[in-house]
Design a protein around this ligand. Structure first.
Ligand code: UTP
Length: 286
């Protein structure tokens, strides 16, 4: 069955961006000229996703407003004759069919995904953690959908991380199948470098079979008393294969101020309107 739906989890507290996230979702921070969340939504649309399920929480209304229509704003732009901006904001609300569900208690990523169970139904689906933004020719999820179509099983995106960073990721024990594809033999949650089975870290894109919901329901709270997706994937391995796909592209973790700045500079340098001037400015600064 085709991957038609994507769950994007945005219910976390975003503590690494406090105090900003006290009053505004980190997903609405700009990355050059668009909010971070738009990159995930556009990647999903460009990968063939037909419905997006955003798992939100208290304080995230700005995201709903962003993808909704704003007749008042359209009227103002129309009166001003600003056709370009009018078209831009209309396109935004027509981008894709988005529905929202609230995670009432922030009990972890696994729990956030479980919140979307009834809307997803019994079909394979994608999961996006929108902090991970990948600059690539072919959208990462589209690359993963191809792997899914060939193998019809769970696919997680992996990236090579530096060995001292294994403590920040779920790390896979891989068995190589082909140049970019590995079979996951086991998963270790944030291991110390000496214990890490590889340096392939799971990052924020997944294609999951619906059985993950049954497994998540049976997964006990793990680290920080949260229902951890990594724990559920480890349990899922008992009944289904999980493939790891080393995608083509450069990943930025925009969930930290430094990662966000790196992504901002990298994307801005490539931007046709401002890239050239920014390069000059950075040269002067250095
Ligand atoms: P993170 O671990 O990055 O947490 O969540 P966070 O809240 O976004 O940021 P920090 O660590 O406090 O700075 C990984 C993903 O899981 C979602 C987050 O929104 C993010 O997409 N998440 C996490 C939920 O949706 N619900 C939760 O209860 C926890």
């Amino acid at each position: 069955m085709k991957v038609r739906k994507a769950v994007i989890t945005v219910a976390g507290w975003g503590t690494r961006f406090l105090p900003i996230t006290k009053a505004q979702p980190k997903e609405m921070l700009p990355l050059v000229d668009k909010p971070l969340i738009q990159y995930a939504v556009e990647e999903a649309v460009n990968s063939g996703i037909e419905q997006i399920i955003l798992v939100t929480a208290m304080g995230k209304q700005a995201i709903e407003d962003y993808f909704d229509r704003s007749f008042e704003l359209e009227y103002v732009l129309e009166q001003k004759g600003d056709v370009r901006r009018l078209q831009e904001i209309r396109e935004l609300s027509d981008l894709v069919n988005v529905c929202y569900i609230r995670q009432k208690e922030q009990l972890g990523l696994g729990h956030a995904i479980l919140t979307a169970k009834d809307i997803v139904g019994r079909e394979p689906f994608a999961v996006f953690l929108p902090d991970d933004i990948v600059d690539s020719k072919v959208p990462v999820l589209k690359q993963m959908v191809e792997v899914y179509e060939q193998h019809k099983t769970n696919v997680v995106a992996v990236d090579r991380v530096s060995i001292q960073d294994t403590t920040k990721y779920g790390i896979i024990e891989p068995k190589k199948i082909s140049s970019h594809i590995y079979q996951v033999l086991s998963l270790a949650e944030k291991p110390e470098p000496a214990q890490a089975p590889s340096n392939l870290g799971v990052v924020g894109r997944y294609i999951l079979m619906p059985q993950i919901f049954d497994v998540l329901e049976a997964t006990p709270p793990g680290k920080n008393q949260e229902i951890q997706l990594t724990d559920a994937l480890q349990l899922l391995l008992r009944q289904q294969a999980i493939l790891a796909y080393e995608f083509e592209g450069v990943r930025y973790d925009t969930g930290t101020p430094l990662g966000w700045l790196e992504a901002t500079i990298a994307f801005a340098l490539k931007h046709p309107d401002i890239g050239h001037k920014l390069r000059e400015y950075l040269r002067q600064l250095l």
